[in-house]
Design a protein. Structure first.
Length: 244
């Protein structure tokens, strides 16, 4: 299965390179980046969080000192992202980690993070929204192929929005197409749009529950998300978010 990760990394690097000219204005100049398909090991992970795309702020010289990396080197760095003794995870992940711990999970043990696009850009709010969404839609195939590596997946947490146009759940409802599906199971919040809710995501060898929360793990350092998981802990454990 390690070869499956390496094959995907190779294909994604070639595909991203072919489309880079379309999205140059979204990229931060002077920053050396690498495509990040997964943070942690999708093959062994039992739980997952989803995000939009990596931040260019991830790629400081102290965190990623090599300007070029082989697929093998990038795969190892990505798989060991949360276990690297020399480079701690980016603080953005702290909010999700707080929520995961309420359910007995952690990026360090059983959880992988996947982004809709592996392409690191300027912050989502500082770029042209239409072009950013075009990039996400163009790159989603790499996200779906990464998700396809998660053969032991049991549950997923998503939060926040994809630009200001879509909440994360709305984006998946609008953009996932056959053979993938995204369907509401039950609403768990009082408000309508942006309500905390349980969904099911399905696809080849995939059918797992997804918790959606409207606030991103970084906006308030994950406090709202953590408190929602606390509030719903019993229901989430019963839905498959607990350790088995």
């Amino acid at each position: 299965m390690e070869n499956a990760r390496l094959d995907l990394l190779k294909a994604a690097a070639e595909g991203l390179n072919e489309t880079e000219a379309r999205f140059t204005s979204l990229l931060r100049t002077g920053v050396n980046t690498h495509p990040l398909l997964y943070f942690g090991d999708p093959i062994s992970a039992r739980f997952a969080t989803f995000g939009v795309n990596p931040s260019a702020a991830e790629f400081t010289p102290s965190r990623w000192p090599k300007s070029t990396m082989s697929n093998e080197e990038l795969d190892k760095r990505s798989v060991d992202y949360f276990k690297n003794p020399d480079v701690p995870p980016h603080p953005w992940f702290d909010g999700y980690e707080k929520a995961l711990k309420q359910l007995g999970h952690s990026y360090k043990t059983d959880t992988v993070h996947l982004d809709l696009s592996p392409r690191a850009t300027k912050s989502m709010g500082s770029v042209d929204r239409k072009q950013f969404l075009q990039m996400i839609e163009s790159d989603m195939k790499w996200f779906l192929q990464s998700l396809g590596l998660c053969r032991d997946l049991q549950a997923v947490i998503i939060s926040g929005s994809v630009t200001g146009k879509y909440y994360f759940d709305e984006f998946l409802l609008a953009k996932l197409t056959n053979p993938f599906g995204f369907k509401l199971r039950t609403q768990l919040g009082a408000q309508k749009r942006g309500a905390t809710a349980l969904y099911d995501i399905s696809g080849p060898n995939l059918n797992v529950p997804v918790l959606f929360c409207c606030k991103s793990p970084s906006g308030d350092k994950g406090v709202f998300l953590m408190n929602e998981v606390k509030r719903l802990r019993a229901e989430l454990l019963g839905a498959g978010f607990g350790a088995t």
